[in-house]
Ligand binder design. Structure first.
Ligand SMILES: Cc1cc2nc3c(=O)[nH]c(=O)nc-3n(C[C@H](O)[C@H](O)[C@H](O)COP(=O)(O)OP(=O)(O)OC[C@H]3O[C@@H](n4cnc5c(N)ncnc54)[C@H](O)[C@@H]3O)c2cc1C
Length: 505
């Protein structure tokens, strides 16, 4: 490691990896610093054997650094470990589906880096009550849904295709409009099935349960600039997908490319401070796990830490007060992210290879701010490498607010209610469970894409009032679904640092 760099990137999450690798590719001397023993941040994977070898405390500490904890498991985690129940499973920190099966901003990054990580795509479907409908996939439309909207003259195309005609200023104006409000104004609210489908897709994209809070502008920007054009050009085939071998295969491949390009990666190293002198970021203070603090200088510093945490590392007084106060108050959205090790599949075969969702898995009357949605996949059907032969890995995510995610009693109750729901949906489900774990994140999305925070309302890529300081990751200005959004912010940030155009602004 040198003591002077052109660029120091703090945090090897998806966003930090994107900026660092592009910075190194552009020939800048780049240091990437990560507090954990592996790269990926919230996009890490953990092998069952690692948990068996290192124990429950190790697992909890690792996920704790990624804004997650384990409120509940069946049986208890110590028993799961001692009985080696996780052997040959690969678990992402929680469910980690990649938007557009990696053909969104992930593809833009890979077009520059050429890592070629294999992905495997899946279509998606939605339960509205007990009726099941396939989601729109490219030009494919569920026949029963099509018949219903034709017979009743419901303009559902406005949601799926309307964004194609929009311009930047339309997206900006709609950022502060909720999905419900927009649907009411466009004749898409009254029919429960139609609105239910739109609500389900909107939650899939934003991870927010309440459609009165989801920003329609953020969804339209992603649809109009990424989803629609890529399906139309045949560049995207699936709404979502998984990285073969776990999401960290992607994170690790980008990190390997970064190192090949001459970048320096420091793991197990905590950034204690980002140094700001005379309104300019000049370096960082590092602390390796065992070592004394050391200082590294750089002309550009990228913080890929969720922006609300900035002032743990920087003096708040260096920034405009109103901006800093608002930044601290930005809220994320959490999620329960269950894994089930199953000994057989009791769900209908049509659901084995797709993502399935329902906006009413737990009613709000059970003590939640809004009805709880859930999306689930039999991940091992899509990517057999994540479970041992003869067993199945089902992964899911059920959004909850940051506050709900931290409430132990509420989360234990929610985990049990999720099993009750699945037993009702798929009789025999309970008996098919070998083990179940419910890691829960209070920050699945670092900044929730709500009507008060989405898109241009997020933190800017270039920090106000401090020269040479940049923000990246899912809490900075970038669009789309969580990880894809973190890559988008990384691409924008890299453009500002290198002066090159990566196609997003
Ligand atoms: C349970 C769960 C399920 C999810 N499911 C999905 C999904 O299905 N699809 C999807 O697209 N997204 C999903 N996400 C969200 C996705 O993982 C995040 O949006 C994305 O990974 C954020 O990347 P980032 O680079 O912005 O931030 P992070 O991943 O948070 O990166 C920040 C990095 O900084 C490091 N760090 C923090 N402080 C310091 C310090 N002081 N010094 C050094 N390093 C530091 C952290 O360890 C971390 O590596 C999920 C997240 C969780 C938690």
């Amino acid at each position: 490691m040198k003591s002077t760099y052109d660029v120091v990137v703090v945090g090897a999450g998806v966003g930090g990896l994107a900026v660092a690798s592009l910075s190194a590719k552009a020939g800048l001397r780049t240091l990437l610093v990560e507090q954990c023993d592996r790269v990926g941040g919230r996009a890490i994977s953990i092998r069952g054997e690692e948990i068996i070898a290192n124990g429950a405390g190790w697992y909890k500490k690792l996920i704790g650094k990624q804004y997650s904890w384990l409120p509940y498991s069946q049986p208890g985690l110590d028993e799961i470990i001692s009985r080696k129940m996780l052997q040959w499973y690969t678990l992402d920190v929680g469910y980690h589906g990649v938007a557009l099966n990696g053909d969104g901003y992930f593809r833009d990054l890979d077009d520059v880096l050429g890592t070629g990580v294999p992905m495997v795509g899946n279509e998606n479907g939605t339960y509205i009550g007990d009726e099941f409908y396939m989601d729109v996939n490219g030009t494919r439309f569920d026949e029963r849904l099509k018949k219903m909207i034709m017979e009743q003259g419901i303009p559902m195309h406005k949601f799926y295709l309307g964004a194609a005609k929009m311009k930047e200023e339309d997206y900006d104006a709609l950022e502060k409009v909720s999905v419900s409000q927009w649907c009411k104004e466009n004749g898409l609210y009254e029919n429960k099935t139609v609105f239910g489908m739109i609500h389900a897709v909107s939650t899939l994209i934003t991870t927010i349960n309440d459609p009165d809070d989801i920003s329609i502008g953020d969804i339209f920007r992603y649809m109009g600039t990424v989803i629609n054009p890529r399906f139309k050009a045949g560049k995207a085939k699936f709404g979502s997908g998984f990285t073969v071998g776990g999401i960290m295969r992607w994170s690790q491949a980008v990190a390997n490319r970064f190192i090949d390009l001459g970048g320096d990666l420091l793991l197990n190293t905590h950034v204690e401070k980002i140094i700001i002198e005379d309104g300019k970021a000049t370096g960082v203070v590092l602390k390796e796990e065992s070592g004394a603090p050391r200082q590294v200088q750089a002309t550009k510093i990228v913080s890929n830490i969720p922006v609300q945490d900035s002032f743990k590392y920087m003096n708040k007084g260096e920034f405009p007060q109103e901006w800093a106060d608002r930044t601290e108050r930005l809220y994320g959205y959490g999620s329960i992210a269950p894994y089930f090790g199953l000994n057989k599949l009791v769900m209908p075969e049509r659901e084995w290879n797709i993502g399935v969702k329902d906006t009413l898995v737990i009613p709000k009357e059970e003590g939640f701010e809004y009805n709880i949605y859930m999306c689930w996949n039999i991940q091992s059907q899509t990517d057999p490498s994540c479970a041992p032969g003869g067993k199945h890995l089902m992964t899911a995510y059920a959004p909850v607010t940051e506050k709900e995610a931290r409430d132990k009693d509420l989360m234990v109750k929610a985990c049990k209610l999720i099993i009750d729901y699945l037993e009702r949906r798929y009789p025999g489900f309970r008996k098919s469970i070998d083990w179940a774990m419910f890691p829960t994140a209070w920050k699945l999305e670092g900044v929730a894409k709500s009507k008060t925070q989405a898109g241009t309302l997020k933190a800017p890529i270039e920090a106000p009032a401090v020269a040479g300081l940049y923000f990246a990751g899912d809490t900075a200005k970038g669009y789309g679904v969580a990880m894809d959004c973190a890559v988008a912010a990384g691409l924008i940030c890299a453009s500002r640092i290198t002066g090159k155009d990566y196609g997003v602004s």
